[in-house]
Design a protein around this ligand. Structure first.
Ligand SMILES: Nc1ncnc2c1ncn2[C@@H]1O[C@H](COP(=O)(O)OP(=O)(O)O)[C@@H](O)[C@H]1O
Ligand SMILES: [Mg+2]
Length: 376
């Protein structure tokens, strides 16, 4: 049978809450892919601020109701601008796949009125995206995995298997707001976990001390030095010692957390940025020492997400990993910033074709299910 190809716009915004990344992908039904374009659209400052508030419980139901539509409109705008950039008509696109914006994730069961359940909420309503682009939109993946007993995360490992295969033992290390790894090894089933804080602390302190949303090209960190004593203390955070499977997010590594660690921080603002950059690299490496290397050897680490563009972070990682090459997705022809979009294109195509798209060994679900919903 002939392969069928689909043109997909896939969109994602992660825990950094920096904005929408969109990717234009040609995807075959056996997951061969070609990335034909990308576009990123930052959230307006006031939208980002409101999202950050909601993510730590400082918002009311009206805010969440409103933001669900606002984020939907923002994603739709991002898709429309991508079409404009490449001079494409919407009729050329088979479907949009959207992860949406996580605003809350409760992976442990809670109980009320005799009902016990985990829960998760991604906003950016898919009907709003479909309505504002005129393109069929697939999204809201996580709840179906949770309904099968999983944590609704991590979802990207399913796509990592399709993208990289298992010809080598690879660690696919994403560094967004949070850092998470997929371990693809010939020797063991694929496993994945959130290993550390990612860019979140760097972003927070860059904003607080220098009025910048992030430390572009590590320019701030380059002007500081690592405060070893503070670093040691930061490494004692309870999350790093937890044995996987484990996930984390803004519920733990949030602004309050950042303010709290400031109490024992060095005075020099550049040293603070440099030290939390080192922390991200060190905590990632330690998670391999504790939880990956005892199970499998690793031939190479492939970094993705915005953290790949921070040279101070990348150099620190290569220092810790020593002989193991630290590459980026760009080395594989995939723009690091848009890698997660590619993953959601793959997940979305599965939804369309009614193929299962979770990895129960990674999410803890009782079985493989078809995640995602469709708005026409
Ligand atoms: N040129 C750059 N220099 C340093 N850091 C960068 C650069 N580009 C992106 N980043 C970092 O990456 C983050 C966004 O990464 P992303 O993968 O979009 O995270 P998320 O998935 O959490 O949204 C930014 O907040 C910033 O910390
Ligand atoms: Mg982002």
């Amino acid at each position: 049978m002939d392969k069928k190809f689909y043109s997909v716009i896939s969109m994602m915004s992660g825990t950094s809450m920096d904005g929408c990344d969109a990717c234009l992908v040609r995807l075959s039904d056996n997951f061969e892919y070609k990335i034909d374009g990308f576009y990123s659209l930052e959230y307006p400052q006031d939208v980002r601020k409101k999202l950050l508030d909601i993510a730590v419980g400082n918002g009311n139901t009206a805010d969440i109701c409103f933001l669900n539509f606002v984020v939907g409109k923002h994603f739709a705008k991002c898709a429309n601008l991508l079409l404009e950039k490449y001079n494409l008509k919407k009729e050329k696109i088979d479907f949009i796949s959207s992860h949406g914006q996580t605003v809350y994730h409760i992976p442990q069961e809670k109980e009320i009125g005799g009902y016990r359940t985990k829960s998760t909420l991604q906003i950016g309503d898919i009907s709003v995206i479909a309505g504002n682009t005129g393109i069929t939109t697939i999204g809201d993946f996580r709840p179906r995995d949770m309904a099968a007993g999983g944590q609704g995360a991590p979802l990207v490992p399913f796509a990592d298997e399709k993208i990289f295969g298992k010809d080598k033992n690879r660690a696919i290390q994403n560094i967004g707001g949070i850092a998470n790894v997929t371990v693809l090894s010939k020797d063991i089933p694929t496993f994945a976990f959130d290993n550390s804080v990612g860019n979140m602390l760097i972003d927070y302190f860059s904003h607080k001390f220098f009025g910048k949303n992030y430390d572009k090209d590590g320019l701030l960190a380059k002007q500081g030095k690592v405060d070893e004593e503070w670093l040691d203390e930061l490494m004692k955070d309870e999350y790093y010692a937890l044995v996987p499977p484990k996930t984390t997010g803004r519920e733990h590594f949030n602004d309050k957390y950042a303010e709290n660690i400031l109490k024992t921080a060095p005075e020099n603002k550049y040293d603070i940025i440099r030290t939390v950059t080192e922390l991200t690299a060190k905590a990632i490496y330690k998670s391999y020492e504790d939880f990956v290397f005892p199970k499998t050897s690793i031939d190479e680490v492939v970094i993705g997400g915005g953290g790949a563009y921070n040279p101070v972070l990348m150099q620190a990682l290569q220092k810790y990993f020593g002989q193991i090459p630290v590459k980026t997705h760009d080395d594989y022809g995939i723009c690091s910033q848009h890698k997660e979009c590619l993953a959601f294109a793959i997940l979305g195509l599965c939804t369309l074709l009614k193929k299962t798209n979770n990895l129960p060994e990674c999410t803890g679900a009782a079985k493989a299910v078809v995640m995602g919903k469709i708005a026409y």
